[in-house]
Ligand binder design. Structure first.
Ligand code: PMP
Length: 404
C-alpha cells in the first residue's frame, strides 16, 4: 500500500507554512525535498566519521572511504550498471554532460563531426556541446517534435550521416513531461555506429532505470532531484568507453604517479574524480536511493501517473487553459498558460496562496521558441504530492484567472 501520510511525515519541510498558508510544493522538477534519513546522514557523518577519503591509513579515513565506496555500489545497483568502475561521481547532471562533451570530443571527434540533440533539451545538453562546437568545429543537429511534444523519429533517422558520433537526448523533458522512447533512440544511434548519452535528470526520480536494458553508453543524473543532497551527481558510462576517454580535470585522486615529466592516471572511476569528492554527500545520496527503493520505483511511478492523469483532466476544465506537452507517454510535469495571463503573474499569485510552482523558460529557450512562447507555469510532482494539493492548485489557478 502507498501510505502517502506516512511518507509525508518523513519530510519535515512539508509541514511549514508560507505567508501563513500550508506549503504546497509543486517545484519538484527543480529540486525535491529531503527525507529525514538523508539530512540525518549528513549530520551524523560530519559528527562521527568525517575525514578525507582514500588517502588515510587511520580509522576515520577508512570508515569514510568505506561509506563513500558503498554509496557507489548503491548507485550501481540502483541503475543496474555492471561495475562500480562505471559510476563516476560528479557535481550533477550539468557537470556529467560537460565531462562527456569535453572528453568524448577530445577522444572521438574532429572538425565537421556531428552530435544529434533534440529540440526539447535543457540548456546543459545544448550549451555543453556548443562550447565544443566553437573549440573544435563539431556540428549540432536537432531532432524536431510534433505539436504534442513527441520527438519525430522518422526525422531523427534522417539526421544521421557518416559523421554522426553521438546522440544526446533527455529521457524525460523538464518542460513537456514527454517520456522519450530512449531505448529505440539508442538502438537507432547504435545501428548508425554512433554512441548515445541519456540525460536522466527528470527520469531517475520517477521511474525504474536499467542502463544495461537501455544499452545506454552514458546516462547522467543529479542526486538533488531524487530526494538526495545538492552538489552530487552521476555519470554512468560503459567501462570500455570510459577507458578510452581522457580525464576531464587534473588534480589529486585521479593520478597514479606524477613527475614533472610525465603523469599516469588512476584507474576507473577515479580517473574522472579529481580532488576531494563530496563524500558526505555521496553517503546521503545512497540514503535517498535506499529510501525510494524501499517505497519502490514502480509504486512511485504509479502514484505520480495517477496524479498527472487527474491533474490534466481537471486543468482542462479551466477556461482558457493551454497545456504544453500532451505526449501519449508523459511523466509528472505539467506546463501551462491560462488565457493571456503572464506566467510570472500566475506564479507570483499562486505563491501568495502557498503554492510553489516554477515560471519562465525552464532552461529550455530553444523549446520555447518552437512553442512560440516566452515561458510557462510549471507544476511538477513528487512521491509526496497529494490529490488535495492538486485541488488546491486548481482552485488557486481559478482564483487568479478570475482576478484578471
Ligand atoms: N537536464 C534536465 C532535463 C534538467 O531538468 C536539469 C535540471 N533542471 C538538468 C539537466 C540540469 O541538472 P542540474 O542543475 O542538477 O545539473
Amino acid at each position: 500500500m502507498y501510505d502517502i501520510n506516512k511518507i509525508r511525515e518523513d519530510f519535515p519541510i512539508l509541514l511549514r507554512t508560507v505567508y501563513g498558508k500550508p506549503l504546497i510544493y509543486l517545484d519538484n522538477g527543480a529540486t525535491t525535498q529531503k527525507p529525514k534519513c538523508v539530512v540525518d546522514s549528513i549530520v551524523n557523518e560530519y559528527y562521527s566519521v568525517n575525514s578525507n577519503v582514500h588517502r588515510g591509513v587511520h580509522f576515520l579515513s577508512q570508515q569514510a572511504t568505506n561509506l563513500h565506496e558503498a554509496s557507489r555500489e548503491t548507485v550501481r545497483k540502483f541503475i543496474n550498471a555492471r561495475s562500480t568502475s562505471e559510476i563516476i561521481f560528479t557535481r550533477g547532471t550539468t557537470e556529467s554532460i560537460n565531462l562527456v562533451a569535453s572528453s568524448f570530443t577530445d577522444a572521438f571527434m574532429k572538425e565537421g563531426d556531428e552530435v544529434i540533440i533534440s529540440v526539447m533539451e535543457h540548456h546543459s545538453n545544448i550549451v555543453s556541446w556548443q562550447l565544443q562546437a566553437e573549440k573544435k568545429g563539431i556540428v549540432l543537429k536537432v531532432i524536431p517534435m510534433n505539436d504534442k511534444g513527441e520527438l519525430l523519429l522518422d526525422e531523427y533517422e534522417k539526421l544521421f550521416t557518416d559523421k554522426t558520433r553521438l546522440v544526446s537526448v533527455a529521457h524525460v523533458s523538464n518542460v513537456l513531461g514527454t517520456i522519450n522512447p530512449v531505448k529505440r533512440i539508442i538502438e537507432t544511434a547504435h545501428a548508425h555506429g554512433a554512441y548515445a548519452l541519456i540525460d536522466g535528470a527528470q527520469s531517475i526520480p520517477h521511474m525504474k532505470v536499467d542502463v544495461q536494458e537501455l544499452d545506454a553508453d552514458f546516462y547522467v543524473f543529479s542526486a538533488h532531484k531524487i530526494y538526495g543532497p545538492t552538489g552530487i551527481g552521476v555519470l554512468y558510462g560503459k567501462e570500455e568507453l570510459l577507458e578510452k576517454l581522457p580525464p576531464y580535470q587534473g588534480g589529486g585522486e585521479m593520478i597514479q604517479n606524477v613527475s614533472f615529466e610525465k603523469t599516469t592516471f588512476n584507474e576507473l572511476p577515479f580517473k574522472f574524480e579529481a580532488g576531494t569528492p563530496d563524500y558526505i554527500g555521496t553517503t546521503a545520496f545512497a540514503c535517498a536511493l535506499d529510501y525510494v527503493s524501499a517505497i519502490g520505483m514502480d509504486n512511485i511511478a504509479a502514484h505520480e501517473h495517477e496524479l498527472i492523469v487527474y491533474a490534466t483532466q481537471r486543468l482542462k476544465e479551466i477556461p482558457g487553459m493551454r497545456i504544453f506537452g500532451e505526449a501519449e507517454n508523459k511523466g509528472g510535469v505539467i506546463s501551462f498558460l491560462v488565457g493571456d495571463i503572464h506566467h510570472f503573474d500566475m506564479g507570483t499569485l499562486l505563491d501568495r496562496l502557498g503554492i510553489a510552482v516554477r515560471t519562465g523558460h525552464h532552461c529550455a529557450e530553444p523549446l520555447m521558441h518552437r512553442l512560440g512562447i516566452e515561458g510557462t507555469v510549471r507544476a511538477t510532482f513528487g512521491l509526496y504530492t497529494t490529490r488535495e494539493e492538486i485541488d488546491a492548485l486548481l482552485s488557486g489557478i481559478d482564483r487568479v484567472r478570475k482576478m484578471f
